[in-house]
Design a protein around this ligand. Structure first.
Ligand code: ZN
Ligand code: ZN
Length: 404
């Protein structure tokens, strides 16, 4: 057996799948000799990440891909954002995703991103939110990338069944309402509203905002989730795993399932990410870990922007900058998306996403190209996100017989 044949790499190109425009999808139009070689010596199929006809979010999609049922483990995106920005969560913590935004004196939102403030500016504003306690709950806020951040409420008797304060549009700030009649939901909504008011008072009077056309003068919250622990991958699959990603959400889901989050220079979770540096990080992680998850975000970002050409070029970049290094390791490789994001829709869709696996124990098929249409004829047929880790662990030779 080759070196690393007992190891695995899962590459998720976010929103990889697409629809045809002028006869081809971006993946079909792209020149991808390495993906095609992996397909030729591997097996292909189409993956429904959550279920047929279900449009996955990136959070739920990754949970399923890692083998964790969303019905059991998903309460809201906030939890994963908070873990992803490096907040250590405790059982019962309620977490939100946040935006620094601009409001006028009537609490009308003028810009949901406060003019897309820089990460370093947001980090300075973060200082306004130290040692805050409201109604006996500890409040933790951390800025992440640009205008984004995460908020955690910690204390007894909190609930994630509360409404957002972020109206998701340029209308008035929302008052968070309890979404159920429990004292926990009422208490949490009250704390969130008080915190939002406090954020406005603090930020509006912060000298750093002086003279800014769009002052970052409020924190908007959305996507609440409540944290409870899940069994780590090491326990579930018997493998030691690591994550190479730029975006906070992906690091957060990986952290939730017990992966070690590797610090990678130049991994931004954006179109300017350093793919070479990410590939190097995966290769060196194989010395220490059985399994490495590599997340690449920009494919999805190009789709959301409706940029077919940009997506095609970026896929070519993945093929030429990432794959040669990873193929050299001899590890089992899987490539897929977490969902389809058609450029012409500009949002996620329920179409299954192309999937390939390559490794010594793969029973390969006749497919010689990696794209949505070739994969439809692959020997793996239609698979589900929940199958992926079981298949990977099998390829790695670490699966056990079910029964006797
Ligand atoms: Zn996604
Ligand atoms: Zn997306």
């Amino acid at each position: 057996m080759a070196e690393n044949s007992g190891k695995g790499i899962l590459i998720v190109c976010d929103g990889l799948g697409d629809l045809r425009e002028k006869g081809k999808t971006p993946l079909q139009a792209a020149k991808t000799p390495n993906m095609d070689r992996l397909a030729e010596h591997g097996a292909c199929g189409l993956m429904h990440t959550i279920g047929r006809g279900i449009i996955p979010g990136s959070d739920t999609a990754h949970l399923q891909l890692f083998g964790y049922s969303t019905e059991k483990y998903y309460t809201g995106r906030g939890t994963f954002e908070a873990l992803g920005v490096g907040i250590e969560l405790e059982e019962g913590d309620v977490a939100f995703r946040c935006n620094f935004a601009t409001v006028d004196e009537k609490m009308k939102i003028l810009d949901r991103r406060a003019g897309r403030i820089s990460t370093s500016f947001a980090k300075k504003l973060e200082q306004d939110f130290q040692n805050i306690e409201i109604d006996g709950a500890k409040v933790i806020f951390k800025a992440s990338v640009e205008h984004r951040g995460a908020l955690v409420l910690r204390g007894k008797g909190l609930s994630h069944k509360v409404g957002d304060t972020d109206p998701h549009s340029l209308t008035r700030l929302l008052v968070s309402k309890p979404l159920e009649g429990t004292p926990e939901a009422k208490k949490t909504a009250k704390i969130l509203n008080e915190f939002t008011k406090l954020s406005h008072e603090k930020l509006n009077s912060n000298p750093l905002n002086e003279g800014r056309e769009l002052p970052a003068n409020i924190l908007l919250s959305r996507g609440p989730g409540i944290f409870s622990k899940a069994p780590p991958m090491e326990e579930k699959f018997g493998i030691r795993s690591a994550c190479v990603a730029g975006g906070a959400l992906y690091k957060g889901v990986a952290k939730f399932v017990g992966m070690d989050i590797l610090k990678v220079k130049g991994a931004t979770g954006a179109k300017d990410t350093d793919l070479n540096s990410k590939a190097d990080a995966v290769v060196s992680a194989l010395n220490e870990y059985d399994f490495v998850f590599l997340h690449i975000k920009a494919t999805d970002s190009f789709s959301h922007d409706g940029d077919f050409g940009g997506k095609k070029k970026f896929i070519e970049k993945i093929d030429s900058e990432v794959l040669p290094k990873l193929m050299e390791t001899g590890a089992n490789i899987m490539i897929t998306g977490d969902h389809t994001t058609p450029c012409r829709i500009g949002d996620h869709s329920s179409h299954p996403t192309p999937f390939l696996m390559n490794g010594e124990l793969v029973r390969h098929d006749d497919i010689k190209k990696f794209d949505e249409f070739s994969c439809a004829n692959g020997s793996l047929g239609h698979l589900f996100g929940k199958d992926v880790m079981n298949m990977m662990v099998s390829l790695m030779g670490k699966a056990h017989i079910y029964g006797a």
